[in-house]
Every structure is written in structure tokens, then in C-alpha cells.
Design a protein. Structure first.
Length: 609
């Protein structure tokens, strides 16, 4: 088979394969076992040592980075090979860096189960270069290293897709990997390996889609949820602020559905007059009311075998809510002016930007029974643009091209780096819709330029929003100028009154330190409790430091190791430096334990090279 140099391929997803057999580096030649696996599963090897020579595949499933998960790598005769849990988990959580320098999540992490450890003997090295002879405990299901890696990942990240790929017996680990939230189990020796892997990755992977532009982790998680929910017929509720693309997501669900393809019908309940809402949704018979000169089908009938998207469902009147509930329960509608009931077969996807859950709980204008019916298959939450800033460049370029096409005399243009920086710093209260409008107006206002400069977009940024600063690294807030230090000290120590003199604050440093300790630990604790993962096995919730630190910092691009650094910085690097408020809270102890395991003292980020 021909050989070819492989570079980054934007239209392919990238997976991480952690496997002692296929992931090992060799001193001489190529890991031919890895080459064979890539050919079988349709993978392009883009690992540091595999990117130069790799099979040329007609229809590859994905790019793959291979990692042994053990040290040393490569190994030679006489070496003692040991599993490296910390580096394996760190690599899985941190993701990979694209040519533009952006950190991106793996589309999927693929784990082997059993890893051979021990001494590399002349016999074992002759049989397989760099492989140890193994220990009896390696092959015990309860001690599989692959499951240890999965546990380590789940302590920090509940959303990263992780799949087992092994020749071991599925039944031995089925319950364990299910409880740990693995996406599934793939047999390494399956005959239809490439098709099997392609299908599994398409269902469970964090994969972008051209319909809903963006490759940020926040968006990819929702796309993954939408793909899985689209496979059934249950109702779906889409939540999100105005302008986040809820209707676009509904169309994505419609296109991803395996149902018999019917039409996609969209209705906004906020724009339909209340006295016409029933006719619009359920239809009417001839003569049902003044002006009803002919019978008319409603949206439910029009969407037969397809999807009915009900936008702004929170604006439905209580009377209409009751009738919608009956339709969803009986799967029949009754046209206005007739007693006949007609069967309907349309999947209902609804959307709202208001807190209908809170209204239903308080019995303030929304029925709890209808709410339960509206999200039988689950809820999709569209992230605001401020939580997916890494998508702004891609969105801006797409909107520029669309505006140029719609304005026949507009020149093709590039976006200047400083313009992109300005857009990425904007708070975007109107979300993607506001960005599109801003770009479109800028192109229309300046059709005869070849570069989109900051001056072109400044006039179209929403006046009520602020320019926010997104830190790329952990900064000392006092050095960065983001805090009024005297004011912070005054408030923390109780010297906030304007009549306090400087002399009265002398000696207050211990009070400041104590106040800061309590403030930091309370902030961390609140973030942890807001993001804990509650399961049947862990009703008290599982501590997840990466989601917690993303919430606390407002930076959705934090990696797991960055979150560990932030935890240690806020709470202290050693037991002697822990905040006083940590001493009585096990969640904070757990957070510090996870952080120290991910970032041991003097530890550095792992590498596949």
C-alpha cells in the first residue's frame, strides 16, 4: 500500500488511542501492528512518530494520535515498564492543538483494557519490540489499567466521549464501564471494523457539523446530545438565550433523525395572535369562524412524518398549553369547527429563552405536566457566544462570505487580526445573531475595501454591551489591574467606611489573608457544588474540577491541568497552606486531591513526543 505524509485535515475528527500494544514507540523502523490497526479501522496516524509514514486510505474515519500510557516509551531490553496514569489522564483531558494554536477536545478517547507491565526481557522484546513480559495482575478485570484511566477522566470530565476498544471479554467489564460513563465497547477483532468505528464515532463523538458552525467544546457537547436524541421519536426541548441558534439546532435534529423524512415546520408562538394560535397549530374546518372559507390543515398535520418546531413555547397561553398537552398525549388533533379527531405523527421540538422550569415549579403561567411532555428525550442547551469565543473567527469569516455574496458589488476581503481580537473580546449579548448582523452591516457599509478593519465594525457593536478581557493564562488579579486593591482590602477587613484613616488599617494583613482564604474557598466550593455530577451510585455528587473552574473563571477554554493549577493557586499547594474553610469540607479536600494528582509538584504537561 502506498505511503503518504499526513498533515492536519480540517474535515476529519481527531481521536486519542491509549494502548500499550499499538501506542508503543519503537527504536528501529515502524510499529507495524499500529499500521495494521489503522488500515483495519480506517485511521490516519498523526502521532509525532507516525505522521511521516502512514497508510494512504481512500475513506479514512478519523485522524488518530497514539499513546502508550506507560513509561518508559520507547522501552528496550532490561527496562521496567510501568503504567503512567497521571500522564494518560492529562493527555486525554487537555486535548490537542491545531495549526492555529487553538486547544481542541478529542472527538473521542479510545482505551485498551489490559496493559502489560514489568521487565522487558530478551524473549518478550524478541516477540514484540519494547513489550514487557507482563504480570499476573495485569490480566485481572478488576485491575485493568484502561478502567483506571477511565475513572481518572471521569473525576474531572463527565462529557468527554470514551470508548473501550479491546479483544477482552465484554461481559467481564460491561457493568463497570457502563457505570463509569463509557460510550460503548468495540471489539478489536470485529470483521466490519471500519464501518463499526465510523458509525460509533458519528453517534458519540464530539464532531462539528457544517449546519451549526463552530468547533468549541461547549457546542460540540450539545451537537453530540442532539445526535443521540434525534435517533428516537421523543419530544426535545431546546433552551438558550435569544440569538444562540435554537431553530438551527432544531433543523439539525430534524436532518439527523432516522424517521421517515417529512417536512420541517416552524411556528413561533410569540408571533401568532392568541386567537389564531389553535387554528395555526390544529387547523380548522370550512365555516368554523368568520373568514374560514375553506378547510385548512394546521402545523401538526403539515409536519406529518417530520418535525414541528414550536419556538417561544413559554409564550403559549394556559388554554393552549392544555390543548398541546392533549395532542402530545393522544397523538391526535381536532380541527376547529369539527368533533373529528385526526391522528398526527410529527416529532415536536420546542424552544424557549425563559425559565419555564421555574414557572412550572411555582405554578406561575406554565404547566408542569406539559413541561414533562416537552422534553421526554431530553433538553439541549445552546451555549451563548461568550462561552464559545473560539468559534467567533469561523463564524465571522462565514458571515463575511455570506454578506459579500448577498451584496453583488462588495469586494472579497480578509479580516484583520486586530478586528478578530476586537470581536473575540466583545460580550455579544445578542449572541450569534448579533455577530451576523454586525458583520453584514459592516460589509454593506464598506463594500469597496479588501480588509475588514476594527473601524468598520465598531459602529455596529451593541451599545449596551461591554468589551471584556478574556485571560489566556492565570494572572495575578492585582498585577493585571482588574481589581481595586485598596477597596478589596477595605471591604475584606471591615474598614470600608470613608472616615477610616490609614493608621487604623495598619496591622490588618492577617485579617486580609484570612478574609481572602475564606472568600477563595467559598467561591471554589460554590462552583464545585454547582457542577457536581449526581448519579444513582453517587447521590451526593461527584466533584468535577474542570467544569467548576470554567464556571468560576468564565473561561470555557480552560484545560484540565489549568483548572488544577487554578484550584491549587486559590486553595493552596500543600496541606499546610490550605484555606481554613477547607478543613471541614470534603468536597474541597477532593478538589485539591484531584488537582494535586493532575499537577504533581514540579509536574509538567505530558507529551506524545
Amino acid at each position: 500500500m502506498g505511503q503518504s505524509k499526513v498533515d492536519y485535515t480540517p474535515n476529519l475528527s481527531r481521536v486519542l488511542v491509549i494502548d500499550d500494544f499499538f501506542g508503543r514507540k519503537v527504536f528501529h523502523g515502524t510499529n507495524q501492528d499500529r499500521v495494521a490497526l489503522c488500515e483495519k479501522f480506517g485511521l490516519l496516524d498523526v502521532s509525532a512518530e507516525g505522521a511521516v509514514q502512514t497508510p494512504l486510505l481512500d475513506h479514512p474515519c478519523a485522524e488518530a494520535v497514539f499513546y502508550r500510557g506507560q513509561q518508559p516509551d520507547p522501552a528496550r531490553r532490561g527496562d521496567s515498564v510501568q503504567n503512567d496514569l497521571a500522564s494518560s489522564v492529562r493527555l486525554a483531558l487537555d486535548g490537542w492543538q491545531d495549526p492555529q494554536g487553538r486547544w481542541r477536545p478529542w472527538a473521542m478517547v479510545v482505551l485498551d483494557l489490559m496493559f502489560y507491565t514489568g521487565l522487558v526481557t530478551p524473549e518478550s522484546d524478541h516477540h514484540m519490540q519494547g513489550m514487557p513480559e507482563g504480570r499476573p495482575s495485569d490480566d485481572k478485570p478488576e485491575a485493568y489499567f484502561g478502567l483506571d484511566i477511565l475513572r481518572g477522566i471521569r473525576k474531572v470530565d463527565a462529557e468527554l466521549p470514551v470508548t473501550i476498544l479491546s479483544s477482552k471479554k465484554r461481559d467481564d467489564v460491561s457493568r463497570t464501564f457502563s457505570e463509569l460513563g463509557a460510550s460503548g465497547f468495540l471489539e478489536r477483532d470485529a470483521l466490519d471494523s471500519a464501518d463499526m468505528f465510523r458509525t460509533h464515532l458519528a453517534r458519540h463523538g464530539l464532531i462539528p457539523d457544517p449546519m451549526v458552525l463552530g468547533s468549541s467544546r461547549a457546542l460540540l457537547i450539545q451537537l453530540r446530545r442532539a445526535r443521540l436524541r434525534a435517533e428516537g421519536d421523543g419530544t426535545i426541548l431546546i433552551r438558550g438565550e435569544p440569538g444562540t441558534g435554537k431553530e438551527l439546532m432544531a433543523r439539525f435534529i430534524h436532518d439527523a433523525s432516522p424517521r421517515v423524512k417529512g417536512p420541517f415546520e416552524a411556528r413561533s408562538l410569540a408571533s401568532i395572535p392568541r386567537d389564531l394560535a389553535e387554528s395555526e397549530l390544529f387547523g380548522h374546518s370550512k365555516g368554523a369562524f368568520t373568514g374560514a372559507f375553506t378547510a385548512r390543515s394546521g402545523a401538526f398535520e403539515m409536519a406529518t412524518n417530520g418535525t414541528l418546531f414550536l419556538d417561544e413555547i413559554g409564550d403559549a397561553s394556559l388554554e393552549l398549553q392544555g390543548k398541546l398537552l392533549r395532542v402530545l398525549e393522544s397523538k391526535t388533533i381536532q380541527r376547529i369547527g369539527t368533533d373529528e379527531r385526526r391522528a398526527v405523527n410529527a416529532r415536536v421540538v420546542s424552544a424557549t429563552n425563559i425559565d419555564i422550569e421555574g414557572r412550572a415549579k411555582r405554578a406561575e403561567g406554565f404547566r408542569a405536566d406539559l413541561l414533562a411532555r416537552l422534553h421526554q428525550a431530553g433538553t439541549i442547551v445552546m451555549p451563548p457566544l461568550r462561552d464559545r469565543r473560539e468559534d467567533i473567527a469561523e463564524l465571522a469569516i462565514q458571515f463575511i462570505r455570506s454578506a459579500e455574496q448577498s451584496h453583488r458589488k462588495a469586494l472579497p476581503r480578509q479580516i484583520l487580526p486586530e478586528t478578530l481580537e476586537l470581536l473575540e473580546r466583545h460580550s455579544w449579548p445578542g449572541n450569534v445573531r448579533e455577530l451576523r448582523n454586525c458583520i453584514t452591516q459592516a460589509v454593506y457599509q464598506h463594500p469597496d475595501v479588501e480588509f475588514l478593519a476594527p473601524v468598520h465594525v465598531l459602529g455596529f457593536l451593541s451599545s449596551g454591551s461591554t468589551i471584556v478581557r478574556v485571560p489566556t493564562e492565570f494572572e495575578d488579579p492585582y498585577e493585571s489591574g482588574n481589581l481595586d486593591l485598596p477597596r478589596v482590602i477595605a471591604v475584606m477587613t471591615g474598614y470600608e467606611s470613608s472616615d477610616k484613616r490609614v493608621s487604623e488599617i495598619v496591622g490588618a494583613l492577617p485579617a486580609v489573608q484570612l478574609a481572602w482564604s475564606r472568600l477563595a474557598s467559598n467561591l471554589v466550593l460554590t462552583a464545585i457544588r454547582c457542577t457536581k455530577r449526581v448519579t444513582v451510585e453517587q447521590p451526593e455528587g461527584e466533584v468535577l474540577i474542570n467544569p467548576a473552574m470554567k464556571l468560576l473563571s468564565g473561561n470555557p477554554r480552560l484545560t484540565a491541568t489549568q483548572s488544577a493549577d487554578l484550584i491549587k493557586k486559590l486553595l493552596g499547594n500543600s496541606p499546610s497552606g490550605w484555606s481554613i474553610s477547607c478543613l471541614g469540607d470534603k468536597d474541597l479536600f477532593m478538589a485539591l486531591e484531584i488537582a494535586q494528582r493532575l499537577r504533581p509538584k514540579g509536574g509538567k504537561k505530558s507529551s506524545t513526543e
